[in-house]
Design a protein around this ligand. Structure first.
Ligand code: TMP
Length: 214
């Protein structure tokens, strides 16, 4: 059986973590006996989870440069691909990932301003042909998304990305929408401003239409 690789992407506060958990539960119920893995980037393997802390936590006096950030995200993706994603797909699993290389193109490219061409080369080098079968882009107005994140977190300033300004998060949103325009066959835009139940129904509908799941 061929494995399936589905990613969820979107800006801060778009509800990815809730939606990926609900989707994982629904898939396990709909296809008992089929292996379903839910993972995240940065993270997913013990080493990549350690790199995640370096990427997320501010280190006063030694903030990461955009280039360092790119290399660390690329390192996470190299590790995830080799140790988690490829073996899982070879076993025929359905693998759901909260973010992958589209986030690198958008955050380090559109938002941090590194060369798009260079980022694509780095991403292609680490993922070696591993491309999602389907990407669900949860789209939300960045001000609304940030308000959700900041109401949840006691100290948003402890997260290097949550603490970025609205201009940064607007560039992230526009970058994702631009990617979706470029790759409509893979990336499907979902309105994430609706309530969680409606968003989940829409996600399952897309999984049904595009991948024959459910
Ligand atoms: P999250 O797991 O809470 O979404 O946090 C991950 C943060 O890392 C999020 O703000 C987006 C950012 N990110 C990048 O900048 N580049 C990447 O390649 C990935 C995977 C995430």
């Amino acid at each position: 059986m061929k494995g399936l690789f589905i990613t969820l992407e979107g800006g801060e506060g778009c509800g990815k973590s809730t939606q990926i958990r609900l989707l994982g539960e629904a898939l396990r119920a709909a296809a008992p006996g089929r292996e379903v893995i839910v993972t995240r980037s940065p993270g997913g393997t013990p080493a990549a989870e350690k790199i995640r802390s370096v990427l997320k936590e501010p280190l006063p006096g030694d903030d990461l440069t955009a280039e360092t950030e790119l290399m660390l995200f690329a390192a996470c993706h190299a590790q995830m691909c080799a140790k988690l994603i490829k073996p899982a797909l070879e076993r025929g699993a359905i693998l759901l990932a909260d973010r992958f290389c589209d986030s690198t193109e958008v955050y380090q490219g559109a938002a941090r301003g590194l060369s798009a061409e260079w980022i694509r080369e780095v991403c292609d080098f680490v993922r070696k042909g591993t491309t999602p079968d389907l990407t669900l882009l949860l789209d939300i107005d960045p001000a609304a998304g940030l308000a959700r994140t900041r109401s949840r977190s006691q100290n948003p300033e402890n997260d290097r990305f949550d603490s970025e300004n609205l201009g940064f998060h607007t560039a992230v949103r526009n970058g994702f929408l631009e990617l979706a325009r470029r790759e409509p066959g893979r990336i499907c835009v979902i309105d994430a401003s609706a309530d969680a139940q409606t968003v989940q129904q829409n996600i399952r509908e897309v999984c049904r239409e595009r991948l024959g799941l459910f």
